[in-house]
Design a protein around this ligand. Sequence first.
Ligand code: GLU
Length: 400
Amino acid sequence: MASRLSRRAMRLSPSPTLALDAKTKDMQRQGIDVINFGIGEPDFDTPSHIKDAAVQAIQKGFTKYTPASGIPELKEAICKKLADDNGLQYEPSQIVVSVGAKQAIYNAVQVLCDEGDEVVVPAPYWVSYTEIVKLAGGEPVEVPGEESAGFKMTAAQFEAAVTSKTKILMLNSPNNPSGAVFDEAELRAIGEVCARRGIYIISDEVYEKLVFGGNKHVSIARANPSVKDLTVVVNGVSKTFAMTGWRIGYAAGPRDIIKAMGDLQGQVTSNPTSISQKASVAALLGPREPVEDMVREFGKRRDYVVRRFNSMPDVTCGEPGGAFYAFPNISGFFGRRAASGDVLKDSAALSGAILRDARVSVVPGSAFGMEGYVRVSYATSMANLEKGLDRIEAFLANLA
Ligand code: GLU
């Protein structure tokens, strides 16, 4: 008998970050005191001038369909942002506004990737890349970065993974979950391989503003201008302006690719919310102080979390250059036993036991294609970080 679900649906895994967040919130609703280090979502409120723009949009009746690919005013604000912040020149016809950066990535993969095409995905990678590639019929080719190289795939590693079927490179800097930030020279070298082999790049730059210390975000389309015409730059307002729930992301790139992405969107979702689009104009054109304040606070938390992990016996934690995640190596605990008697054989088992026994949610490294680590989001208050890290420390110390 034919299966009820399509083969596509049967191959699909649910998003582990969203599943863990739902489980954590469910436990909290039941009155269980769980600390959420699972989800990557700024804990700050959306700045008030952005909310005011949304209220005004509602009051003025800006509540109808907009062009599927976004309002001209927002596309112009995005062009200005890309020119001012990233040194990249685009016309509004090269911009598509989507329901979060996630939809922009999905659309880009759908319009670029044919059945059987290979897509290079440097690991560790954000959980949805590989599933999005599979939904398009593509084959994700994982290229693991070395911890000693800050988890960054080198141009040589990339080239070794390229075949005649390679169509796309999924690049993400600053990286979720490792926090790695590629510098200009590294991006130039990777871009050089793409230019020579005619490989398209989907460059997810959603954490661009969240960089610390001497780290600086550069777009690969700027670092190596010879790949600008092969690159779809993806970004959004969620992380920079604490606007995760508003669901506004965008892509900039060659006109034909962007047009196809807009056409696809017109058949699938229509426009992103009209009200959120107006709010995003205010975010992109408005004052940057709220962003700077958030980044300063994230920087303090990063230092604290990294210090705490490195002070725990058998844990090592590199210093992430950006985003708001720590990615400590916890492989030293594999094979030990939790209070329940369970042997902790991998990061999924360890994360499960941390949630059950220590009441802290963290995402296993295996969800990001890298075993031996867990991802800890420090996009939560310092008080929560102290409490959650105390619990993890006590939990690890008690493993037999
Ligand atoms: N990007 C965030 C995270 O990794 C949001 C959740 C998701 O969409 O995966 O936690």
